[in-house]
Design a protein around this ligand. Structure first.
Ligand code: EPU
Length: 351
């Protein structure tokens, strides 16, 4: 059980967010077991604001946080079950995502290889339904356990209860990612034994082709994904960033046609539900923001969708660039870009 000494006051979050933004939390607790949360239910009820911090890789700290921060550090990895069709692999919410993916591959349980090298924790993965190179985590998700800070009970969410969508889940839809109500403690993945490679994504296919690999195994796909990501995405140690900074917008077919008429070279990705996905990186590039800075922040020169901190930036600098990019894309294309990371304190940011 945590004692009051486990709660730290005025804790700096600067080293706990990959954009390296300065921020202090009024109250901070490092959570290493689900039991600790029971003892924090009362503090949760009293706090004016709360949020759950993973590895801070999808987070914009807009200022100091006048509330309670629960920093997830629960670690465990195990084969929970196995049947004729699948391995069921369970991991603590605080596990590093990429290390977990590597561990499953080393054990001979394929299925997560397309999601290699995504920054963040296991517990954060379902919240925004992480995805890359033709796979979303929803497709490998079985269930999760979450601690309800309002009732003090542990709740199980299966796949349907998570209401997964593109970079979205019930946790975001209900705003629980902003108020920390449900703290995800562990996640179980279903890795099918009848494994099939997913290697159609153009850049991934190109990398495998260049290596002369026609029928890749899971390890080879992971290696190719890692190579592609390293080529294009900034290393957070050198260029602090939060991954893709905007969602790829989904528009109606008529809007896509209007855009194509005005901009014949636009990149359009028709979806199964008749909507059309636009490449946010392309829209940003067309407005001239690729490789361009505003104060200490800028849109990365090799991937226009990634906002980088060149050093010394604050949340206000990030908000200014967010709004400038949104304004220019909206003026040129009539499309509103939605930021992908979570903003905290959320009340200081409205889009
Ligand atoms: N493009 C440009 N300019 C650029 C970069 C890309 O025009 O500077 C074009 C590319 O030519 C391509 C299209 O935009 O036609 C898509 O680019 P890319 O394949 O790099 O992927 P993305 O749509 O920019 C998404 C995810 C990434 C994920 C990659 C690979 C979102 C918001 N982002 O990026 O996820 O790794 O696909 O699957 O869906 C993240 O969510 O943090 C993230 C990194």
């Amino acid at each position: 059980m945590p004692t009051t000494t486990d709660l730290l006051s005025g804790f700096s979050l600067a080293a706990s967010n990959t954009l390296a933004l300065p921020s202090r939390a009024a109250l901070y607790a490092r959570i290493t077991s689900a039991k600790q949360l029971t003892a924090l239910v009362d503090r949760y009820a009293l706090a004016p604001r709360r949020f759950v911090l993973g590895s801070g890789s999808n987070l914009v700290l807009t200022g100091d946080f006048d509330g309670l921060v629960l920093h997830m550090a629960i670690s465990s990895r195990a084969l929970a079950d196995e049947d004729a069709d699948a391995w069921y692999v369970r991991a603590g919410a605080g596990e590093n995502w990429h290390d977990f993916v590597q561990w499953t591959l080393a054990r001979g349980w394929p299925g997560l290889e397309n999601l290699a090298l995504i920054p963040g924790t296991v517990g954060a993965a379902p919240i925004q339904n992480i995805g890359a190179y033709g796979l979303e985590v929803a497709e490998r998700f079985h269930s999760l356990s979450a601690f309800d800070m309002r009732t003090g009970e542990s709740v199980r969410f299966d796949r349907a209860a998570c209401r997964f969508d593109y970079r979205d889940s019930v946790f975001k839809q209900e705003g629980w990612h902003l108020d920390g109500r449900f703290v995800i403690t562990e996640v179980t993945f279903r890795l099918p034994k009848r494994w099939q490679a997913i290697a159609d994504y153009a850049e991934l296919a190109g990398d495998l082709d260049a290596r002369g690999i026609a029928r890749p195994d899971a390890r080879q796909i992971a290696n190719a994904v890692i190579a592609v990501r390293r080529r294009k995405l900034p290393d957070p140690a050198r260029f602090p960033n939060a991954g893709s900074f905007f969602h790829n917008p989904l528009v109606e077919a008529v809007t896509a046609e209007r855009l194509r008429a005005a901009h014949p070279e636009i990149k359009l990705y028709p979806q199964p539900d008749d909507r059309v996905k636009l490449a946010a990186a392309w829209l940003i590039e067309q407005t001239g923001w690729k490789g361009r800075d505003l104060g200490p922040v800028g849109m990365y020169e090799k991937q226009a969708l990634v906002l980088v901190n060149h050093g010394g930036a604050t949340g206000a600098d990030v908000l200014a660039l967010t709004r400038a990019v949104q304004r220019d894309v909206s003026e040129k294309f009539g499309v509103k870009l939605k930021p992908e990371p979570v903003f905290q304190p959320s009340s200081t940011a409205s889009f």
